[in-house]
Ligand binder design. Structure first.
Ligand code: NOJ
Length: 566
């Protein structure tokens, strides 16, 4: 397949002290345990990342975001942290972390690390101390412990269900219960305790001092909680609106006091450290997380829950840009991450009947397809990949920063048919029959087309890789005109040259299924979400997600043009 591409633009290195580097950055998410395994133990590691720095530089990204690499029993893929100021020995050492940062910085690539402040792991030193201590002791006050209800307190304090399924309270040997919004191995911190606040400030400084440029904040909207008695039942909790900052658990106004304090730490560095909030909140509540007095940026997840549809994409973009303007921050765009079915697969599935899946979002994300055993006859791989490429070029042309997930540059599909005995995700174990979990987008990357782990490591991979990975490997795509990898490389390099002001002007196309917009400097993007080919405005073709046909834009294709000067 041949695609219109231009020679890669000359590199524009971000200035070492540019305080706004993040505003329109392309940030590449690395899930460290599945990226590259240098020591051959089946788990990706920091040395593996170091060996792939040339690949990352060639890709043309501005920053990497590392999902947790801290010591962890992996009850939730590393989002169960034993020690916030260390590296898991199975992944590397602090010295290797420093080497990795230096190697990335030498290529002009910034480093963002994940901070998980809502909960630690149950192996964290503080939680061990809490278990060893008495009820109401200072050790227990770092977490959320309560007496139970019913005879001898044998019933949990409330009937709340955790996000991963099952009860949100677990009993400890002396009869008390602790709260975990996620898995039992993830006890929630008590953010009313100044000791907890001080310790996270220490963690932020620890990594900032080691040269980390920014932070991704996990479940940023849950830290502060109002757990005054009597606690509501689950039904009562669900009935409390989440749009006014007063819900007992989610998105409380006072959480922003914490981020104002963090901001003072970020701003004490030169350039200031950045942060992006993972906050699943009502749309009008997002700007506060993204404000310059707070974390500075917040994820916009609405694009990743949409079908491949012109009207849906346009609505999200218009809305997100207005929210960004309200906050003074830039927009963020996400099509895939470590929690959702990969977008190449989502776009290749037929729309599912309303009755399938637990929520509308599940259906859109392909979770129902995974749950159904990933039937191959339902997935049109070619269509999904073609649409994914079009959606990616649309995304990369938008003002703001794009968060890319490892493997999407290879056009990787979800691995939908992981055998149950190989699954790792707690959502699978805690919600039997309802959710297969998120392992399918976390399968170790294929670097080469042959070998026991497709070049991921030397012997094994911690999740099984399918045979079809061979066709998607870096080796199979490198230097191949029109491959998805080469399209990403060309797009990311061109983008650096083309990005200017954070503005966008929509262009009337005369078709409901074709979107077009202009960025300053005459950079025009046209996406055909439909099936019938479409006319193109005049201009020099810079890049297309699929070949143009007779000078027209085929279905499921995006083109970047440089407008002709009139
Ligand atoms: C959000 C993370 O993205 C997800 O992977 C994790 O399971 C939960 N937060 C809990 O930490």
């Amino acid at each position: 397949m041949s695609t219109d591409t231009r020679a890669a633009a000359p590199e524009v290195r971000i200035s070492g002290i540019d305080p706004h580097w993040w505003r329109q950055a392309a940030v590449y998410q690395i899930y460290p345990r599945s990226f590259a395994d240098a020591d051959g133990n089946g788990i990706g590691d920091l040395q593996g990342i170091i060996t792939r720095v040339p690949y990352l530089a060639q890709l043309g990204i501005d920053a990497v975001w590392l999902s947790p690499f801290y010591p962890s029993a992996l009850a939730d893929g590393g989002y169960d942290v034993d020690d916030y100021r260390d590296v898991d020995p199975k992944i590397g050492t602090l010295e290797e972390f420093d080497q990795m940062v230096a190697a990335l910085h030498a290529e002009g690539i910034r480093v963002v690390v994940d901070i998980v402040p809502n909960h630690s792991s149950d192996r964290h030193e503080w939680f061990r101390q809490a278990l060893a201590a008495e009820p109401s002791s200072p050790e227990r006050e770092r977490y959320i412990f309560r007496d139970g209800t019913g005879p001898e307190g044998a019933e949990p304090p409330t009937d709340w269900t955790s996000i991963f399924g099952g009860p949100a309270w677990t009993r400890v040997p002396d009869g008390q219960w602790y709260l975990h919004l996620f898995a039992p191995e993830q006890p929630d911190f008590n953010w009313a305790n100044p000791e907890v606040r001080a310790d996270f400030l220490k963690t932020l400084r620890f990594w900032s001092d080691r040269g980390v440029d920014g932070f991704r904040i996990d479940v940023a909207h849950a830290l502060t909680k109002d757990l005054t008695d009597p606690l509501p039942s689950e039904a009562e909790l669900d009935a409390i609106p989440r749009d006014a900052g007063q819900h007992p658990i989610w998105d409380r106004d006072e959480v922003h006091e914490i981020y104002a304090e963090w901001r003072r730490v970020f701003d004490s560095y030169d350039p200031p450290r950045t942060a992006v909030a993972e906050a699943w909140v009502e749309r009008h509540r997002r700007p506060r997380y993204a404000s310059a007095e707070g974390l500075g940026q917040a994820f916009e997840f609405d694009l990743l829950t949409q079908e491949f549809d012109a009207a849906a994409f346009k609505d999200v973009v218009v809305d997100s840009l207005s929210l960004a303007a309200e906050s003074g921050s830039s927009s963020t765009w996400v099509l895939s991450n470590h929690d959702v079915v990969r977008h190449a697969t989502r776009y290749g599935l037929p729309p599912l009947p309303e009755t399938v899946g637990t929520t509308e979002q599940d259906r859109k994300q392909g979770a129902a397809w995974v749950l159904a055993g990933a039937p191959e006859d339902q997935l049109d791989r070619e269509k999904g990949q073609r649409r994914a490429r079009a959606a990616t070029l649309f995304e990369l042309a938008l003002p703001g920063s794009a968060y890319l997930y490892q493997g999407e540059e290879l056009g990787l599909h979800e691995v939908g048919d992981i055998p149950d005995e190989a699954r790792q995700d707690p959502t699978f174990f805690r919600s039997p029959g309802v959710d297969k979990g998120r392992d399918g987008c976390r399968v170790p990357l294929p670097w080469s087309s042959t070998g026991p782990t497709f070049g991921f490591g030397s012997s094994s991979a911690h999740l099984p890789q399918p045979q079809w990975f061979a066709d998607y490997a870096v080796e199979a795509q490198e230097g191949v005109d029109g491959s998805t990898l080469e399209m990403y490389r060309a797009a990311l390099h061109l983008r650096r040259e083309l990005q200017t002001d954070e503005t966008l002007e929509w262009i009337e196309t005369g078709r409901d299924d074709v979107l077009a917009f202009r960025r300053p400097g005459g950079w025009v993007t046209v996406t055909n979400f439909g099936e019938d080919d479409a006319a193109l405005p005049s201009g020099e073709v810079l890049l297309a997600s699929s070949p143009l046909v007779g000078g027209r834009l085929p279905g499921a294709t995006t083109v970047w043009l440089r407008e002709s000067q009139s």
